[in-house]
Ligand binder design. Structure first.
Ligand SMILES: Nc1ncnc2c1ncn2[C@@H]1O[C@H](COP(=O)(O)OP(=O)(O)OP(=O)(O)O)[C@@H](O)[C@H]1O
Length: 310
């Protein structure tokens, strides 16, 4: 299933929660929505699953052959931000209830429930009421309930929240499996390190607007168009001499053996190496690719200066 979101906006009374967002997610892709609290991720997801409607723009869903289809409940799974299982009922009762709501036969849902409970190490807890489970375990049950009907489109609002690192890995693997099966996954998350390992594409939002989107490399070149290099040398001295090299736009010493350089677009390692060699013995020279976490923090800081910076 493919999702095409075209210049969609949503305004609540005084807030523009989503501002002209466009996005395309293809079958077999994992697409992440990133952004600080209040960026508009859940508002976008809620429109996608039909809980609210866009004020402007269109959302269309198409099948593998590209034919537009009406999104029906059996097609998709939605893990909402506000989890909704019955706290006084057991884990098993909750899952059976959801499976029946989805119209699944016992011969289908019983082995699936057994499989997922085992996968998330919850088999022994299945008779306990939900309220006795930790937040992370409740989250796992919620995730199982979301996937029971084997949907083609999986939409998850913060699937990693409340999970410890081991269970985050479990969920990461589940999502990778879904991708392998050709399913479409759209998720919102705050765990950049996980998203970096998982997502094919990302949309970074702030205050309803798109700041960057695409693959990690595309996001990098949008947010960090300058090329950063890390140079290791025997001893970093003569900073003024380094700074006088015209191709160096910015120079940040890391310690006495390492310096970070921002080079202008005409420069490259080959052209600058001889100049630096006159100043020190170069031991390493590598393009530095900032990770998603760093890119995210820099970009959000620039787009929303803190009070002290204003
Ligand atoms: N039902 C609503 N009525 C009024 N304002 C709303 C409503 N839902 C969301 N908002 C506002 O819209 C903006 C976007 O909220 P949204 O929940 O979509 O952000 P988010 O990126 O999902 O945040 P978080 O990471 O905290 O879940 C916020 O300013 C929020 O207060």
């Amino acid at each position: 299933m493919n999702i095409t979101i075209d210049r969609v906006s949503k305004r609540y009374k005084t807030v523009t929660a989503v501002d002209a967002i466009s996005l395309h997610v293809s079958s077999g892709q994992i697409h992440a929505l990133l952004g600080p609290n209040g960026a508009g991720k859940s508002s976008l997801v809620r429109m996608l699953v039909g809980l609210t409607s866009p004020d402007n723009g269109t959302i269309s869903i198409s099948n593998e052959q590209g034919a537009e289809i009406q999104l029906r409940p059996e097609h998709f799974a939605y893990l909402p931000e506000d989890r909704g299982l019955y706290q006084d009922r057991s884990v098993n009762d909750n899952l059976v209830y959801i499976a029946k709501l989805r119209g699944l036969d016992k011969s289908v849902y019983a082995p699936r429930i057994e499989h997922w409970l085992k996968y998330f190490e919850l088999t022994d807890r299945q008779q306990e009421p939900m309220r006795q489970l930790s937040k992370g375990n409740q989250q796992k049950v919620q995730l199982i309930s979301t996937l029971l009907h084997d949907p083609s489109l999986v939409i998850l609002d913060e699937p990693f929240s409340g999970l410890d690192p081991v269970n985050q890995e479990h969920v990461l693997n589940v999502l990778r499996d879904l991708k392998k099966q050709g399913k479409t996954v759209l998720l919102s998350a705050h765990q950049m390190a996980l998203v970096e390992r998982l997502a094919d594409k990302m949309l970074l939002m702030s205050e309803g607007r798109a700041l960057a989107q695409g693959t990690l490399d595309e996001i990098r070149s949008t947010l960090q168009p300058k090329r950063l290099y890390r140079v290791q040398c025997d001893a970093f001295k003569a900073q003024t001499a380094w700074a006088s090299i015209e191709q160096i736009e910015c120079l940040t010493p890391i310690d006495e053996h390492e310096v970070e350089l921002t080079l202008d677009s005409s420069a490259n390692a080959a052209s600058i190496w001889p100049r630096l060699s006159e100043l020190c013995e170069i031991q390493g020279f590598a393009l530095r690719k900032p990770g998603l976490h760093e890119l995210y923090l820099d970009t959000i800081r620039q787009s929303k200066p803190t009070r002290e910076e204003q």
